[in-house]
Ligand binder design. Structure first.
Ligand SMILES: NC(=O)c1ccc[n+]([C@@H]2O[C@H](COP(=O)([O-])OP(=O)(O)OC[C@H]3O[C@@H](n4cnc5c(N)ncnc54)[C@H](O)[C@@H]3O)[C@@H](O)[C@H]2O)c1
Ligand SMILES: [Zn+2]
Length: 357
């Protein structure tokens, strides 16, 4: 078991990482002396891990929600708040969110709003939420088609990362988490990328020591960036490597994969742009391409499909005055933020990832 201490100006808490650590959660809740615990659980996770979760919940109130982007809505939020009122929670209660990023984001929002803020414990159950969304304190729901447009910054009292949940996770979701983990290597630490590349098969098969070590290091990377820039004004933007193109890919109807797989395609395309600009060597670009190919299947996009994706990218909230912003690799383990991306470069980026197929 590993423990990472998070020190923020307004709060200090621990992230505990291990295998089969539900007892630790119960012990933590007992010592905190909350007036009541309320469990918000991903329905699929509840079904797959029922006996273990029933033991943790005991006779506390709980609510299961269906996850997936289409349920990350005001309506779901309202139904959760309604259940919290009916469960007679007070301001000394805690909400325990058990599920992937959707449950974590919406549960965090509910905890931050109920009585102007109650306790929050995150138990992320997807690899993506374990290495990314449960760290940083962002909560959100979607409104209409606009993703994460309503939300708060709200830090948990504790985060418990239990790798036992990963055993039931579909491989596509494991690859999704790996996409974000590889990203940390490219933006911050090339040796971490090399480790992930060399132990890729062990990671896919969830070899315990390597997965716990890789999750811990990923969290340490995200924590470092977030603590330097809690409200996302500057350095936190580097976490968007692969995401500008990735968002276009996600919204393209031919794409059937997970978020981190879209990010992998995005990192490959953005790597291609950096290579074309002369920022990175041929060898480095090839190493980006090769791991991204292991994470995601790259559809063969037509020029028309690329044009549609560029349309999506143009509306990215990170763009300033008509120019397109992108995070590009600059050297091994380092990136830069550029604001002058031309459309033609995106076509070039997409063409350059085709060559390797
Ligand atoms: N707050 C942040 O900083 C932040 C960062 C990144 C992503 N996000 C958000 O996270 C969400 C994506 O998170 P996600 O990829 O975890 O998606 P998700 O929560 O939709 O989970 C993916 C799927 O896996 C299932 N699942 C979850 N745990 C499982 C388990 N242990 N076994 C089997 N199935 C399981 C879920 O039911 C769901 O079908 C998006 O809404 C995104 O906006 C937030
Ligand atoms: Zn992401």
């Amino acid at each position: 078991m590993k423990i990472i201490n998070i020190h923020l100006p307004q709060k200090t808490y621990d992230i505990v990482i291990g295998n089969s650590i539900t007892e630790e959660v119960s012990a933590f809740i007992d010592t905190r002396k909350y007036s009541k615990a309320f469990y918000l659980i991903d329905q699929a996770v509840y079904r797959l891990h029922e006996s273990k979760l029933r033991e943790m919940i005991g006779d506390s109130p709980y609510k299961c929600i269906v996850s997936g982007e289409t349920y990350k809505t005001l309506k779901t939020l309202e139904s959760i708040l309604d259940k919290m009122v009916k469960s007679h929670l007070d301001r000394h209660s805690v909400l325990v969110a058990i599920g992937g990023g959707v449950v974590g984001d919406i549960g965090g929002l509910a905890a931050s709003l109920f009585m102007r803020g109650i306790g929050l414990i995150q138990i992320p159950t997807t690899l993506l939420s374990q290495v990314d969304s449960s760290v940083g304190g962002k909560t959100a729901i979607n409104l209409g088609h606009i993703k994460n447009i309503v939300g708060t910054f709200y830090q948990p009292d504790g985060v418990f990362i239990d790798t036992v949940f990963l055993e039931t996770l579909p491989q596509q979701e494991i690859l999704s988490g790996l996409g974000e983990m590889v990203k940390y290597g490219f933006i911050l630490d090339y040796h971490f990328f090399e480790m992930l590349r060399d132990r890729f098969d062990d990671l896919i098969s969830l070899e315990e020591s390597v997965i716990i070590e890789s999750i811990s290091r990923s969290i340490a990377f995200k924590t470092k960036v977030v603590s330097e820039d809690e409200k996302e004004s500057s350095i936190r933007k580097i976490l968007n490597f692969g995401h500008t193109v990735g968002h276009g890919v996600e919204l393209q109807s031919a794409f059937q994969g997970s978020h981190g797989q879209a990010v992998a395609i995005g990192m490959a395309v953005e790597g291609g742009i950096a290579y074309h600009r002369g920022y990175i060597s041929d060898t480095y670009f090839k190493s980006i391409l090769s791991i991204c190919h292991r994470i995601a299947f790259f559809p063969d996009y037509s020029d028309e499909e690329i044009r549609d994706m560029i349309c999506v990218m143009r509306h990215d909230k990170k763009n300033t005055s008509g120019q397109m912003t992108m995070v590009l690799p600059k050297s091994e383990g380092k990136v830069i933020i550029v604001n002058d991306i031309q459309e033609e470069e995106i076509y070039i980026g997409f063409r350059s990832i085709k060559d390797d197929n």
